[in-house]
Design a protein around this ligand. Structure first.
Ligand SMILES: *Cc1c(COP(=O)(O)O)cnc(C)c1O
Length: 424
C-alpha cells in the first residue's frame, strides 16, 4: 500500500504533485508520505489482534527524525543499533522505555550511554557483552533489562547479504549458549534477563522459516522456565518484506499475526517486533531528473541526476525499484528497453538494465518507487555529491525535513595538515 498515484497523468505524493516539490527543492529529492507510514504501522498492529505487543520501528531503515516522530506519535518504540540511533530516537520523541538497543558489536561507550538513559532493553549477542553490561550498570547503580539474541540457525530473506539467522552468520548466539547466559545474567546484579530475541533476515515473504525460529524460541522459553527462570518478553525481530514489485504479492500480515498467535500466543509474554522495511519502504520515493539520453553498444541509456550514492540498493543487492515518469507521456504504454544509470564513475551505478520503459526525455522527472527504507539511510557523498534533500508530505501539505547538503557542509570540516601550509 502506498499513497503515491497518478492523477490526470501527474504523479502525486498524497495530495501533492511530485513535480511541485522537485521544482521547489530541486533533485534528487526523497519524498516521504506520512499517511503511508501511519497506515503500515496501523495494519501491523491490527494484525497482532489482542496480543500484548510493543512495536519498535527499526530506525536504521529510515533515520530521519520526522519519520521516527511520525511513528512515535502513534505509540511506536524504536529498535536501534548504535548510540547515534538511540540519540535520534530520543530526539524524535521516543521515550527511553520504548527503545531497544541491538547490534552485534556494541562498544562500552555505547552501552554506557544506553544504560545511562535507561533504554527499555539491550539485546545481548555474546558472553563478553553480557559481562560488560552487567559491570557498567552496576557501576551506575542501575539494573538493565536484557534479552539474549538467539541465532536459530534458519535461513530467510531475499538475499545472502540480508540473511542474519544462519549459524554461520555473525549474529546472536546458539540456544545452548543463550540458556547458559540467561542463567548467568540471572545471577548478576547489574542486569535482569527478561527474554529472548531473534531476527533472522529481511525481505521475508514466506513465514515458514520464521515459524521454525519462533517455535525454537518457544521451546527455549519452556526450558528456561523449567529451571525456575523468569521469561516475560519475546522480541520477534523485523524482516517482513515490503512490496517492491506491484505484480508480486507481499506478505499476508493477517496470516503472520495468526502464526505468531499460534506459536507463541500461549506463553504469556509481551511480544516485541522490529519492522523497518515493511513500514518505511513504500512510504518514500526518490525523485530524480533525467540529464541525458544516449545510445551505446546498441543499448539505450538514460542518465539521471540520482546515483548510487543516493540509492545504493540496486548496486549492492541487485534490488528492483519500480521507476515511474512523474509526468505520464501520451504514449506511456509504448515501452522500450532502457538502462537507467546515475552519473557516478562506476558501472555499478546502474538502477536498471534493459527495463521496458516509456520514453523519457532529458529534463523530465523520474521517480524511484519504494525507496523509503534503506534509501537515504544508506546514502553517502561518494563522488562529492551532496546528500539529497528529504521532504515529508501530509495530505496537501509538505515540508522539507532535511535540506539538501551544501558543499560547505560536505567538505568544510576538512582541514589541511600544517605541512601543507595554513591555507584553508
Ligand atoms: C535491520 C534489523 C531490523 C529491521 O529489519 P527490516 O527488514 O527492515 O524489517 C530489525 N531488527 C534488527 C535486529 C535488525 O538488525
Amino acid at each position: 500500500m502506498r499513497f503515491f498515484d497518478y492523477r490526470d497523468g501527474a504523479l502525486y505524493a498524497e495530495d501533492v504533485p511530485l513535480a511541485d516539490i522537485a521544482e521547489a527543492v530541486g533533485t534528487p529529492v526523497y519524498v516521504y508520505s506520512r499517511a503511508t507510514l501511519e497506515h503500515h504501522y496501523r495494519v501491523f498492529k491490527a494484525a497482532m489482534g489482542d496480543l500484548p505487543v510493543h512495536i519498535c520501528y527499526a530506525v536504521k531503515a529510515n533515520t530521519n527524525r520526522a519519520v521516527i516522530a511520525t511513528l512515535a506519535a502513534l505509540g511506536a518504540g524504536a529498535d536501534t543499533v548504535s548510540e547515534g540511533e538511540i540519540r535520534r530516537a530520543l530526539h524524535a520523541g521516543v521515550p527511553p522505555e520504548g527503545i531497544v538497543f541491538a547490534g552485534v558489536g556494541k562498544t562500552d561507550q555505547e552501552l554506557a550511554y544506553a544504560i545511562s538513559v535507561g533504554v527499555r532493553q539491550i539485546n545481548i549477542e555474546s558472553a563478553s557483552e553480557l559481562n560488560r553490561i552487567a559491570k557498567l550498570a552496576e557501576q551506575m547503580g542501575k539494573v538493565q533489562h536484557v534479552c539474549i539474541r538467539v541465532n536459530p540457525d534458519v535461513g530467510a530473506g531475499g538475499h545472502a547479504k540480508i540473511t542474519t539467522g544462519k549459524a554461520d552468520n555473525k549474529f546472536g548466539v546458539s540456544f545452548e549458549l543463550a540458556e547458559e547466559l540467561y542463567g548467568l545474567a540471572d545471577g548478576l546484579p547489574g542486569v535482569e534477563p527478561v527474554g529472548l530475541s531473534v531476527h533472522i533476515g529481511s525481505q521475508i515473504i514466506d513465514f515458514a522459516p520464521m515459524e521454525k525460529a519462533y517455535q525454537k524460541l518457544a521451546d527455549c522459553v519452556l526450558r528456561l522456565r523449567a529451571r525456575g527462570l523468569k521469561v516475560t518478553r519475546l522480541d520477534l525481530g523485523g524482516g517482513l518484506a515490503a512490496t517492491y514489485d506491484e505484480t508480486v504479492k507481499g506478505p499476508d500480515l493477517a496470516a503472520y499475526g495468526a502464526m505468531v498467535q499460534r506459536v507463541v500466543g500461549h506463553l504469556d509474554v509481551e511480544l516485541e517486533f522490529e519492522p523497518g522495511r515493511m513500514i518505511a519502504a513504500n512510504a518514500g520515493v526518490l525523485v530524480s531528473r533525467a540529464i541525458v539520453t544516449k545510445d551505446n553498444g546498441g543499448k539505450s541509456f538514460l542518465v539521471v541526476d540520482a546515483a548510487m550514492n543516493d540509492l545504493i540498493r540496486p548496486a549492492l543487492y541487485e534490488a528492483y525499484h519500480q521507476m515511474l515518469p512523474v509526468k505520464k507521456a501520451d504514449d506511456h504504454d509504448n515501452l522500450a528497453p532502457l538502462d537507467v544509470v546515475g552519473p557516478v564513475c562506476e558501472t555499478g551505478d546502474t538502477f536498471a538494465e534493459q527495463r521496458p520503459m516509456p520514453a523519457i526525455a532529458a529534463g523530465e522527472l523520474l521517480a524511484f518507487m519504494s525507496t523509503g527504507a534503506y534509501g537515504f539511510a544508506m546514502a553517502s557523498t561518494y563522488n562529492s555529491r551532496p546528500l539529497a534533500a528529504e521532504v515529508m508530505v501530509s495530505g496537501d501539505q509538505w515540508q522539507v525535513v532535511r535540506p539538501r547538503q551544501t558543499y560547505e557542509e560536505m567538505f568544510g570540516m576538512e582541514t589541511l595538515p600544517d605541512w601543507l601550509g595554513n591555507k584553508t
